[in-house]
Design a protein around this ligand. Structure first.
Ligand SMILES: Nc1ncnc2c1ncn2[C@@H]1O[C@H](COP(=O)(O)OP(=O)(O)O)[C@@H](O)[C@H]1O
Ligand SMILES: [Mg+2]
Length: 377
C-alpha cells in the first residue's frame, strides 16, 4: 500500500474545532478514523468529538507538535493557520495539503497573481499600501471599487466599498497593511464550486451552488445554481484547472461572480466552505467526506446531486426563532453547531431543505420570518 494512503483506524489531526472541524470530524468518524482536534477554545464545536483534544493557540508549535505526534496526518479547517508554525513541527507526520496553498490563499495579492498566471478572469485590481497609492489606484480603477486588506479578511471584514471620494478617508484606515483595490463588479449571480483532489491526481467537483449574501455573510446556497448549463460548466472547468495546477489534496472552494456569460474568480478557500454544507444531505458524498478521502489518499468519484436543495444559514439573530419554529418543519435538516455564545452575525447553525420546487421553498423560508432580522437592526 502506498505510504500516503491512510486507512480507517488511523488518526486525523484537525487544526481548528469550529463548525467546519466539527463536520469534518463527523465524516471522518463515520468512515472509522480517530480524530484529534486542536483549538484555543476548549468548548469549541468539535471538542466533544475529539479522541484527543489539544487546548492551545493555532500557532503554538508545541501544541501542533503534540497534535502531529498523536495523529497519522494533519489537516486544517480554516486558512488562517500559521504556515510558519506548521513548518516548524518536528514530526514526520504528513501534512498532505502542504503549506504552499495555505500561504497563497492567506494573501489576496498572491492569490490574484496565481489566478492571473492561469489566465482566469478576475476583477481589475491594484496593490496599494499608502494613501497616495490608493488615490492613484482609484483614478485608474474608477468608482465604485472596493478596498480589501491583503490578509485576514472574512465575511466582509477588512474591506470598504468606495462609491465616491467621500469614502476614501474611511477606506484609508485599512492601510495599516497591504491592501488590494478592486473594481466593483455588477454581477448577475454569485456562485461557488468546491473541488476535491488526492495525491493520486483524481480531481472532482461538487455541483455548482448559487450564493446569496446578506451584509457580506453567506445567507443561502441554492443548488442547482439558477444559471445556464454553460456557466456551470465553465465554473467546474475552471475549478478543475485550478485544482490540477495546485495538485490539490483535500477540498478547495472557489467563489465566483457571474457577469453575463463570463465567470470571474473572486476568492479561494483551501478547506470545506459554508456554501458546500448542502452536500451533506443533497449529495452522495459531502464536501467533508471528499476532504477526508482526499487527504487520506482514498479514491474520489464525482459526487452526484440527489435532489435540488436550499441551504440557509442560522446566525445569532436567527437562533431563537429557528429553534421555536423547528417543530413545524419535520422535513428540514436543522444543524446546530453547539456554540456556547450566540452573537449577531455569528454562524450558529444552518438548515438544509431538499426540494423539488426551489422557488416554493424560498417562499416558505421567507414566510417563516426567521430570517427577517438582518443583523443591522
Ligand atoms: N469586486 C467585487 N465586486 C462586487 N462585489 C464584491 C466584490 N468583492 C466583494 N464583493 C462582495 O462582497 C462579498 C465578500 O467579499 P469577499 O472578497 O468574498 O471577501 P470575504 O473574504 O469577506 O468573503 C462577496 O461575496 C461579494 O458579495
Ligand atoms: Mg468570500
Amino acid at each position: 500500500m502506498n505510504k500516503h494512503v491512510i486507512l480507517p483506524g488511523a488518526a486525523i489531526g484537525i487544526i481548528g474545532g469550529g463548525q467546519l472541524g466539527q463536520m469534518l470530524a463527523m465524516s471522518a468518524k463515520e468512515m472509522g478514523y480517530r480524530v484529534n482536534v486542536l483549538d484555543p477554545n476548549e468548548h469549541c464545536p468539535a471538542s466533544c468529538l475529539a479522541d484527543t483534544f489539544i487546548h492551545c493557540a493555532y500557532d503554538n508549535v508545541c501544541g501542533l507538535t503534540q497534535l502531529a505526534n498523536c495523529s497519522d496526518i494533519l489537516t486544517y479547517e480554516f486558512e488562517n493557520v500559521s504556515a510558519e508554525a506548521l513548518k516548524m513541527i518536528d514530526s514526520p507526520n504528513y501534512l498532505p495539503q502542504g503549506t504552499a496553498l495555505l500561504e497563497m490563499t492567506q494573501n489576496r495579492v498572491n492569490e490574484k497573481r496565481f489566478l492571473q498566471k492561469l489566465n482566469l478572469l478576475i476583477a481589475d485590481f491594484q496593490v496599494v499600501t499608502t494613501v497616495e497609492e490608493l488615490d492613484e489606484a482609484v483614478k485608474k480603477i474608477g468608482y465604485p471599487c472596493v478596498l480589501k486588506t491583503a490578509t485576514g479578511g472574512y465575511d466582509g471584514k477588512g474591506q470598504v466599498v468606495i462609491k465616491s471620494i467621500d469614502d476614501l478617508a474611511i477606506a484609508a484606515t485599512l492601510l495599516k497593511q497591504s491592501c488590494v483595490l478592486e473594481e466593483w463588479l455588477t454581477f448577475d449571480q454569485e456562485i461557488s464550486v468546491i473541488v476535491a483532489g488526492n495525491i493520486q491526481g483524481d480531481y472532482v467537483t461538487l455541483p455548482c451552488g448559487e450564493n446569496i449574501h446578506q451584509q457580506n455573510i453567506l445567507h443561502q446556497t441554492i443548488v442547482p445554481a439558477r444559471v445556464s448549463d454553460d456557466i456551470c460548466e465553465k465554473a467546474s472547468q475552471l475549478a478543475l484547472k485550478i485544482a490540477q495546477e495546485l495538485q490539490l489534496t483535500g477540498v478547495l472552494a472557489i467563489e465566483m461572480f457571474v457577469v453575463g456569460q463570463q465567470v470571474y474568480v473572486n476568492e479561494l478557500a483551501p478547506r470545506p466552505h459554508n456554501s458546500g454544507h448542502y452536500s451533506i444531505e443533497a449529495c452522495d458524498f459531502s464536501q467533508f467526506d471528499l476532504h477526508i478521502k482526499g487527504v487520506c489518499g482514498l479514491p474520489l468519484s464525482k459526487p452526484h446531486l440527489l435532489s435540488p436543495v436550499v441551504m440557509t444559514n442560522i446566525l445569532g439573530q436567527h437562533l431563537n426563532e429557528s429553534l421555536q419554529k423547528m417543530m413545524a418543519y419535520p422535513t428540514w435538516h436543522f444543524h446546530y453547531y453547539g456554540k456556547e455564545q450566540s452573537q449577531i452575525g455569528r454562524k450558529m447553525g444552518h438548515v438544509t431543505i431538499l426540494t423539488d420546487d426551489v422557488e416554493k421553498t424560498l417562499a416558505i423560508l421567507d414566510e417563516t420570518n426567521i430570517w427577517d432580522k438582518k443583523g443591522d437592526n
